[in-house]
Structures are given as structure tokens and as C-alpha cells.
Design a protein. Structure first.
Lengths: 290, 193
């Protein structure tokens, strides 16, 4: 049986003869160069996934080593832009993990109701699927008008896409199922207009949202929030950087503020675990208590 | 040869095959066992609890940056599971050949992290995921085992793995369990509990 792809194309790794120790040196040099030349700091990203993304770019650009990619990105800003896209975009869906949104609506919304004004931060919002999902829940619960949503990402280009609110039309069936399972109260199609192959979401959903560039690695706290969403972003960071970002979140949350993480992320390996209580045994919703 | 980790991949027919495999392991089995089974993105904890019912070994969904310990670790639904030296990392990167988790991704990362100290096992399944990953395990000097296709509920996945890795050993599931039980854990793999 013939394999339709080469191992590299499918696995996004080096040729099997590639020396693993040398590869690590090359990757560290590349990331150091990117930081010093362009200011983007990927040096503390989780090794296995950044390595996979680098080899994906090496294959796409027709190169054969990490050092060749280093030369390309240092001498050619367009090559850096492509790499930035690969390294900074996280793939997500609207209402990913419907059970999470159900619990958010049931257990967190009543807490938010007690506040006259609610500040929400989507840290690392990427193309905005989660921003719109949460805005839909807050709208249906009558809270959106007293909420200010801050959606930030390291990458300007993806922020522009988040701001536009256009998602692939062929995902709408999946998102509709997710929305229903998440406890949505209306017909999902009320929120978007289909045009060509895109679904344009109602600008009313982001009427209280601010999209702005923020780098979790190098930038500090910029406000005090009642809810911070950072789901499936920290998985791309190594443990040291995760600790630093948890410190930033802790400093940025009001007392009794809520931290929402991805379903397989946890505070278990963080020094901040004792500062939070779990709101649910399974969904990763934490409340800052001290 | 001492081993650090065992990676197992399956899809169609996988639940029965995985149960049969873990039932065949001794209670004190010390090597970390990583299972990658294709499942629905929103399938939750069902597979985990069905497998836990079949074994005294601890079964859990792998969490991000969790240490690799003795026991059975499942690739969570809708994530790729990457093996690093000593711990797991998760990723939500695009599905590979329509699969997330992808067996190839987990096998490839385990082979790159642990080289020859990996055992890879491909069981029943209706597609070719796992073939390239098992090829990489074998290329790095690891042990490659495949369920004999004639004994698999769906033979496509083991047949593809054997085509990509002709030197892999084709066995029944009880034979695979016996072979895994006979592997010697390395000092670190066995000591981390």
C-alpha cells in the first residue's frame, strides 16, 4: 500500500537522520534571532509543538533545515510574516467544548449579574471564535450592554480577522450543533449573514468589544477584569512561561474574578493553584479567592 | 533494551481492542501506556471510564504538561497529544488526515523524544493513520508491533502499518499484551509513579 504523503509532510518533523541535539541548537538560535530582529519572543514556547510548526513552514517553503529557515526569516520580512502566522495562530471553533459554555451560563452568569459593570479579557483571542461565542451567551443573558470585552492577541493580522467577524461558512453546521449543545436559546443563524463562502457575524455582538494587540510574553497587566478567558493558548507555552502568564492573570483579576482555561489545562502545576477555587469538577473554571 | 513509553493507536473497533489489550497486562505494569483512539470531538470522558472499568491500572485523559507516569494515558478528544521528554504537551493544530488526535503525531513525537526506548502498537482501524508514525518509531530503533490484520475488526489500519513497516511483528492482541508485559522499563520510566 503506497503512502500518499512523505513522512515529513504528514509528521512535520526532520528527516530521521537529522541529529536531535543539533536540531535543538538550531531551533534555539532561530528563535533568538527572531526575537532580536523582530521582537517576537517565542523562546519559551513548548518545544514539541513549535518544532512541529517550524518543520511545517520548512516544508511549505521548500527548505531542508532549521538553519535555512533562519536565514530566510532574518533576511526576508515576508518570510517572517509567514512564520509569524504559523507560530501565533491557534486553531479553534465557536462553542468549542459545548459543556464548558453550558456551565459558564449556569454557574458564572449569575455571579456576573451581581456586578454593575463587567470586564472580560480574551487573552490570545486568535481569530475570535471564542469572543463571538461568549458575546452570544452574554447577549442572550442580557448582560452584553454592561460588559466591556477586551480581545487581545500577539498577531495584528488575526486580530483584524477577529474584528471582521467572518468565519468559514462550511463550519456553520458544526458550530450550530455546538451552539445547541451549549444551551443556546435562539436559532444560531440569527447571528450571521451568509455571503459567498463566509458567515458574517452581527457587528452588534462586538459593540462593546475592543480588539488590540497584546503580547502575553512581554506585556504586562492593563486593567482589572472580572473574567479572563485563555483557553488552549497556554498549551503552546513551556512551564516557565505558563507560570509567568499565570502571574499576569492573577494580577489582572479582581477578587472573585473568574479564570477560564481549556478543558485539558489546569492550575495543578502552577504556584497559583491555592489562590483559586474550582467552580466545577470537570470544566476548567476557577474563581480567585485570595 | 529498556523502554520509557508505549504508544498505541486505533480507530474503528478500538474500544474492544483496547479493553482486550489492557485486560492482558499485569496489575503492576510499570511502563507508561499512551492510547490514541479516534473519537468524536465532544465525546467527553466515556472512553476513559469504559477503559477504567477493565483495569486496575489508573486511566486518565492526558493533561497539558502533565508528567509521564506509570498508568494509562488517553489522548484527549479534539487535541493532538505530543510526547516530550518526561511530560505531555497538547496542541489544537489542524487535524492530520481528518484526525485529531492523530496517531501519527503522537507516535512521531514519542519517537523523536525517546528514540529506541519507544514501543509502538497499531491496532484495528479503518484508515491509514499510524503507519507513518510507526515507521518513525522503527526508524529511530523502537519496537514496532501490529495487530495481525486477519484478527482485527477493521484491517485497514494494521495492514497500512505493516505495509509501511514490513519488519514490524504481526500478532494477536493477547500476544501483544504478553510482549508489552515482558518489556523492561528504564530506570526513569519505572521509577516515576
Amino acid at each position: 500500500m503506497a503512502l500518499p504523503l512523505t513522512a515529513n509532510e504528514s509528521l512535520f518533523g526532520p528527516p530521521v537522520t537529522y541529529d536531535a541535539g543539533l536540531e535543538r541548537i538550531e531551533i534555539e538560535l532561530l528563535l533568538e534571532g527572531v526575537f532580536r530582529q523582530y521582537g517576537f519572543d517565542f523562546r519559551s514556547y513548548a518545544y514539541a509543538s513549535i518544532r512541529r510548526r517550524l518543520w511545517k513552514r520548512i516544508a511549505a517553503d521548500g527548505l531542508s533545515s532549521v538553519s535555512e529557515l533562519q536565514a530566510a526569516v532574518l533576511h526576508d520580512a515576508a518570510a517572517m510574516e509567514r512564520l509569524l502566522f504559523d507560530l501565533s495562530v491557534s486553531v479553534t471553533s465557536m462553542f468549542r467544548d459545548p459543556g464548558f459554555y453550558q456551565v459558564f451560563r449556569r454557574d458564572v452568569v449569575p455571579l456576573l449579574r451581581t456586578y454593575p459593570f463587567i470586564r472580560v479579557w480574551h487573552a490570545g483571542c486568535s481569530t475570535g471564535e471564542e469572543v463571538y461565542s461568549t458575546a452570544i451567551v452574554l447577549e442572550e443573558e442580557g448582560l452584553l450592554d454592561r460588559t466591556r470585552i477586551y480581545a487581545t492577541d500577539i498577531n495584528d493580522a488575526v486580530l483584524a480577522r477577529a474584528r471582521d467577524g467572518i468565519f468559514a461558512l462550511n463550519r456553520m453546521q458544526e458550530y450550530t450543533e455546538n451552539y445547541i449543545r451549549a444551551g443556546g436559546r435562539r436559532s444560531f443563524s440569527e447571528y450571521y449573514t451568509a455571503k459567498y463562502d463566509g458567515a458574517l457575524f452581527s457587528p452588534a455582538l462586538t459593540r462593546t468589544a475592543v480588539f488590540s494587540q497584546h503580547n502575553l510574553v512581554t506585556d504586562g497587566s492593563f486593567s482589572e477584569f472580572n473574567v479572563i478567558f485563555c483557553r488552549n493558548v497556554l498549551i503552546y507555552f513551556d512551564r516557565d512561561l505558563q507560570h509567568r502568564v499565570h502571574a499576569l492573570f492573577y494580577d489582572s483579576l479582581a477578587t472573585f474574578g473568574i479564570l477560564a482555561l481549556g478543558s485539558k489545562e489546569s492550575l495543578r502545576f502552577s504556584q497559583y493553584e491555592p489562590c483559586y477555587e474550582k467552580l466545577h469538577p470537570r470544566e476548567k473554571l476557577y474563581r480567585k479567592i485570595r | 533494551m529498556a523502554y520509557e513509553i508505549i504508544v498505541v493507536g486505533t480507530s474503528w473497533g478500538g474500544l474492544a481492542a483496547l479493553r482486550e489489550l489492557i485486560v492482558g497486562l499485569p496489575a503492576g505494569f510499570a511502563l507508561p501506556l499512551v492510547l490514541v483512539a479516534h473519537r468524536h470531538r465532544d465525546s467527553g470522558q466515556l472512553l476513559t471510564s469504559l477503559l477504567q472499568d477493565a483495569t486496575p491500572l489508573a486511566v486518565c485523559d492526558a493533561e497539558d504538561k502533565a508528567p509521564i507516569t506509570s498508568g494509562i494515558h488517553l489522548a484527549p478528544a479534539d487535541y493532538h497529544l505530543l510526547v516530550e521528554e518526561g511530560f505531555f504537551s497538547l496542541s489544537t493544530d489542524e487535524p492530520v488526515a481528518f484526525s485529531r488526535p492523530s496517531i501519527d503525531v503522537t507516535f512521531g513525537s514519542a519517537a523523536d523524544a525517546y528514540g529506541a526506548r519507544v514501543a509502538g502498537v497499531v491496532l484495528t482501524g479503518a484508515n491509514a493513520d499510524g503507519a507513518r508514525g510507526l515507521r518513525r518509531v522503527a526508524d529511530r530503533g523502537g519496537l514496532a508491533l501490529v495487530q495481525r490484520p486477519s484478527t482485527a475488526e477493521s484491517s485497514a489500519m494494521p495492514a497500512s502499518a505493516l505495509a509501511a513497516v514490513p519488519e514490524a511483528r504481526a500478532m494477536t492482541i493477547p500476544e501483544i499484551a504478553g510482549a508489552l508485559a515482558g518489556l523492561r522499563p528504564s530506570r526513569t520510566g519505572g521509577a516515576l509513579r
